[in-house]
Ligand binder design. Structure first.
Ligand code: NAP
Ligand code: GFB
Length: 321
């Protein structure tokens, strides 16, 4: 970003990823940087509503936008609400990008997900494969809405020369996640439920599904660093995958064991195979990232899990449960 002053609006700034970026910005010495950062949640404006979106942009007049706001949830929430995920995210994305265009925002970085790629695919998945076939049936609503961000970015670039780009994170976890029983992703769900089990002295702990599916997980504070790098140094409209290495892929069982270890839980893990597994794998390549940001180091998974469990145990009363 050039030396002139910048106003960076982070939509979805009250969420897991937004709060990680906020933590990083507060740690960075802002001296000498002409940057004003604004982190918004739905209380600052419901971005499904065009007028409220316009009002938010009129109020803040951003020069740059990190667009995170979305209806977000884990496997089971997606399976039960595919229509809502599609309609809400389509509305949010069209309103935000239209406002960015009408206000000549210099750069927008939006957020896709590795779960939106075609389910029937070759591995590892890379950035060229976003539209190569239908997504997994469990989250087609969210997936198609997210893919339309890429379509909008190309359109705004071709017709209006806009620098609207997107990143494609793998599964994200960390402090200040969504720990609700209804809509959470696997790691916050297990973290919250194991805290319950510890408090109740439960002899067994149920992991949903078989535990066999494979996932790549990125710590939210690592993703935040990559978001700042994309904002300041990546200017292609083409999406870029922000994921740990393929070799860092873990089973859901390994995730549950790591959380058990972090809590020191002495009970037995049992698997409820009557519950869905979702996608078996969505192994993504971070080769493009590694070619552009050569020396990036990810926080080791077990360390990030320990930090996440520690945060939740110390902050449960303020966590989104
Ligand atoms: P999150 O914790 O659920 O936060 C979602 C954010 O969006 C919150 O700030 C929320 O505001 C805001 N929001 C939701 N609906 C809104 C609306 N109608 N108007 C205005 N704001 C609204 O989600 P997250 O995990 O940080 O996700 C951030 C981005 O990363 C999303 O685009 C998501 O698709 C993407 N992503 C997440 C993961 C993951 O594993 N978590 C993986 C890949 C990509 P309130 O707090 O006020 O509700
Ligand atoms: O994070 P998650 O809900 O979503 O992980 P996905 C689901 C996997 O974890 C399945 C197992 O294999 C579940 O059987 N699992 C075990 C649990 N226990 C639990 C639990 O208590 N809660 C949950 N939620 N899962 C999502 C997409 O896929 O990935 C979203 O549906 C989003 O759209 C997200 O993009 C990043 O990783 O399967």
């Amino acid at each position: 970003m050039s030396g002139e002053s910048s106003i960076i609006l982070v939509t979805g700034g009250s969420g897991l990823v937004g709060q990680a970026i906020k933590t990083l910005i507060e740690q960075e010495k802002q001296e000498g940087k002409n940057e004003t950062w604004i982190f918004c949640g739905s209380k600052d404006g419901d971005l499904r509503d065009k007028q409220q979106t316009e009002a938010l942009f009129e109020k803040h007049r951003p020069t740059h936008v990190i667009h995170l706001a979305a209806m977000v949830g884990g496997l089971f929430h997606n399976m039960a609400h595919n229509l809502d995920f599609f309609r809400e995210n389509m509305a949010i994305n069209d309103n935000v990008l239209a406002a960015c265009h009408s206000r000549s925002v210099r750069k927008v970085v939006s957020c896709l997900s590795t779960c939106i790629f075609p389910d029937n695919t070759t591995y590892p998945i890379d950035e060229t494969m976003v539209h190569n076939g239908p997504p997994h049936s469990s989250n087609y609503g969210y997936s198609y809405a997210k893919r339309m961000i890429d379509v909008l970015n190309r359109g705004y670039h071709e017709q209006h020369g806009r620098t609207f780009t997107s990143v494609i994170p793998c599964n994200v976890f960390g402090p200040r996640d969504n720990y609700s029983l209804q809509s959470s992703h696997v790691i916050p769900a297990l973290v919250r439920r194991m805290d319950d089990a510890m408090r109740n002295g439960d002899a067994t702990f149920t992991v949903l599904g078989s535990g066999k599916p494979l996932r790549q997980f990125i710590y939210s504070l690592d993703l935040a660093k990559l978001f700042l790098w994309v904002l300041r140094s990546y200017d292609s409209v083409e999406p870029i995958i922000l994921s740990v290495d393929e070799s860092d892929e873990v089973t859901i069982s390994a995730v549950a064991e790591a959380i058990k270890e972090a809590y020191g839980y002495q009970g037995t893990l049992v698997y409820d195979t009557s519950k869905a597994d979702g996608q078996y794998k969505k192994t993504a390549s971070n080769r493009k990232l590694r070619s552009l940001y050569k020396d990036f180091t990810f926080t080791p998974f077990e360390e990030a899990i320990r930090d996440t469990v520690k945060w939740f145990r110390e902050n449960r009363e303020i966590a989104r449960t």
